[in-house]
Write a protein that binds this ligand. Structure first.
Ligand code: ATR
Length: 276
């Protein structure tokens, strides 16, 4: 019997050529024997609605959405999951019964990497997030759901941090501030979510927020250690980790939404070789 054509998936971004998502979803698909294909779609912001509309009109089953389209994707979706609604951003689109559902699996991916892969306890811990852009907005609610002692969001532009946290204040003890307003003592977990590393920089924060028991996590990842990871190791933190695990776990969450089967992330992470 002839096999039916594969269901079509992909990642839409600009630029997107270096995305690891086709590799990750390719491994997931082989592992779970799914008949699907996964491609790169490089689409500039001006063409996002038209191209994504065409993809689904032509029978596409689902898309991952990356920079700079996550807010546009939330606007495109006919329906949002509560976590995508909270984040105001979408990284996963799925065709479901003729409607395009928008979800955000970034925060769940981070929390799963922290708690399952890295065995980091979140309950009753003091957590600091550096940066107040889209990346931070996607992870606040999933972190707060884990019963943190407190969550600080510090940003170069203090006002942006204060504005960002206010819609989440019902979820836990949460503060938004500038770098110079941070308490001068170590946090249990410091998460780096700025784009400073793209230019080789690290946010200018007081090194006292990092102590010998502090776990540091960079949402970014690269060929070698990121500037934040290097900086954190030099300060003598307990552990400094790049965001490879979050990348693979958010992909697994998307895959589970699309295919109804949860892939095993460990073999994929092993290939991508998380340092740290
Ligand atoms: P995204 O939505 O992709 O996160 P963004 O909204 O432009 O992008 O946010 C980028 C984040 O990185 C912001 O928190 C930004 O700080 P400002 O709000 O003060 O601009 C932060 N950022 C970028 N370059 C930085 C640098 N050199 N030092 C510290 N923070 C930086």
């Amino acid at each position: 019997m002839e096999e039916s054509p594969p269901d079509r998936y992909g990642v839409v971004g600009f630029p997107v050529a270096h995305s690891k998502s086709p590799f990750i979803h390719g491994m997931f698909a082989r592992q779970t024997a799914q008949n699907m294909e996964y491609r790169l779609y490089e689409v500039p912001p001006v063409a996002f609605r038209t191209e994504v509309g065409r993809f689904f009109a032509e029978g596409g089953a689902g898309l991952n959405v990356t920079v700079p389209h996550k807010v546009a994707a939330a606007d495109f979706a006919s329906e949002l999951t509560p976590r995508a609604e909270r984040a105001g951003a979408v990284n996963t689109l799925a065709m479901e019964k003729g409607r395009v559902l928008g979800d955000n699996t970034d925060g769940a991916g981070l929390v799963r990497d922290l708690t399952v892969n890295l065995q980091v306890e979140l309950a009753d811990r003091r957590v600091l997030v550096l940066g107040a852009g889209g990346a931070t907005r996607g992870i606040l609610a999933p972190l707060l759901e884990h019963g943190l002692e407190e969550l600080w969001v510090a940003n170069r532009t203090a006002e942006r941090a204060r504005d960002l946290v206010s819609p989440f204040s019902d979820l836990g003890k949460l503060r938004g501030c500038g770098y110079d307003e941070l308490p001068v003592r170590p946090f249990d977990l410091v998460i780096h979510a700025t784009s400073a590393g793209l230019e080789g920089n690290v946010p200018k924060i007081n090194p006292a927020v990092i102590g010998p028991a502090t776990v540091c996590y960079d949402l970014s990842y690269g060929k070698g250690d990121t500037p934040f990871v290097k900086w954190a190791w030099n300060l003598g933190c307990a552990r400094a980790v790049e965001g490879w695990g979050m990348l693979v776990e958010q992909a697994a969450e998307s895959f589970a939404l699309w295919r109804g089967v949860r892939p095993d992330t460990a073999p994929v992470l092993a290939v991508l070789e998380r340092p740290g």
